[in-house]
Design a protein around this ligand. Structure first.
Ligand code: TYM
Length: 331
């Protein structure tokens, strides 16, 4: 069976190294392996208030960043979620299947709503059902994501199984998460306990694809670390989250294991390791950043590519959506 690969990213803020190493690099690689559908999750972005103009600008910026990273609109179907209404329609059908108890267990909702649960939007709560619709409507077999999305993918499988069972159909394929070994969870440069995130108020906490070489060097230099030298054994990074994070970033960019990186850098302090890491980040991102600047200059072309992608996505989603309506008695 050919792979059907589906994934999305919220077009809020910049594409950062966590997104790139955790997910987007796998999107690019998986273009060789099967039929790919990649989208800007602009409906998901409504789960927290965002200025309309900021959202509109973010969509193009993220589309440019994805193409600069190697997503090829000729090979993959690249589109905006909101331009394919099947996502929202399928979510409503799946809302009948998803259980409140399941959503109550979602750690992302707990993290994002924090102490203000009563004040969180309903969209933030039902967000994982839309995410299930996103992948099930394309019969996804593989979903390349970072580790923080694993629980949402398990929920999508539960919803698919219950829908198939409740309605006595064999409609939905159960999707599998594809998570990279070394970079499943890149942490903030300022705090090794929280993940690198678009929504962190400090820009020093993340490396953006759009950062220039000086900015990257400055962020790496100022990254929080500890005074100990690097160990030989990766197990000795336990309890040193900041050190472990920088080694993971190095390993992911160099396409090596953390053990291989430590074999070369053991005994070094961060005064030596950080400049080596900064050089590697700059060299790895340089071609991507250059391409991003070119793509940004032509928003009409980005809109054109996204419109082509949406047309193709609508065609592929239509039969599964129609079958889901039929299954529930609304055919
Ligand atoms: P989002 O926009 O937060 O992130 C996009 C992708 O980047 C990964 N990621 C990370 N990986 C490693 N380390 C990090 N610090 C890091 N931060 C983010 C995420 O795991 C994700 O793969 N709900 C999703 C978007 C979405 C989606 C979907 C994904 C909507 N529908 C359907 C897959 C399938 C989100 O907000 O990702």
């Amino acid at each position: 069976m050919t792979k059907r690969i589906v994934s999305g990213i919220q077009p809020t803020g910049n594409l950062h190294l966590g997104n790139y190493l955790g997910a987007i690099r796998n999107w690019v690689r998986m273009q060789e392996e099967g039929e790919c559908f990649f989208f800007l999750a602009d409906l998901h972005a409504l789960s927290s208030f965002i200025e309309p103009q900021t959202l509109a600008d973010g969509v193009r910026e993220m589309a440019a960043a994805l193409i600069a990273s190697g997503v090829d609109p000729e090979r993959a179907t690249l589109f905006r979620q909101s331009q394919v209404t099947a996502h929202a329609e399928m979510q409503w059908l799946l809302n009948g299947t998803a259980r409140v108890g399941w959503l109550n267990r979602m750690t992302q909702f707990k993290d994002k709503s924090g102490k203000n649960r009563e004040g969180a939007s309903v969209a933030l709560y039902t967000y994982p059902v839309l995410q299930a619709a996103d992948v099930l409507v394309y019969q996804a077999t593989h979903v390349p994501v970072g580790e923080d999305q694993k629980q949402h993918l398990e929920l999508a499988r539960d919803i698919a199984t219950k829908f198939n069972t409740d309605y006595g159909v064999d409609l939905f394929t159960l999707p599998e998460a594809t998570i990279p070994p070394a970079a499943a969870r890149i942490m903030s440069l300022r705090d090794g306990q929280s993940k690198m995130s678009k929504s962190d108020p400090s820009d020093m906490s993340r490396i953006n694809l759009s950062d220039d070489a000086d900015m990257v060097a400055q962020k790496v230099r100022k990254a929080k670390t500890d005074p100990e030298p690097l160990p030989e054994d990766p197990a000795a990074l336990e309890g040193r989250p900041e050190a472990r994070n920088l080694v993971s970033i190095y390993a992911a960019l160099a396409d090596e294991t953390p053990a291989a990186v430590l074999a070369r850098h053991a005994g070094q302090g961060f005064g030596t390791f950080k400049p080596a890491l900064a050089d590697l980040v700059v060299e790895s991102l340089r071609p991507l950043t250059a391409r991003l600047l070119e793509l940004r200059a032509d928003p009409a072309e980005l809109d054109r590519l996204l419109a082509i992608g949406a047309t193709r996505a609508r065609e592929v989603a239509a039969p599964t959506l129609a079958a889901a309506y039929c299954a529930v008695g609304l055919g």
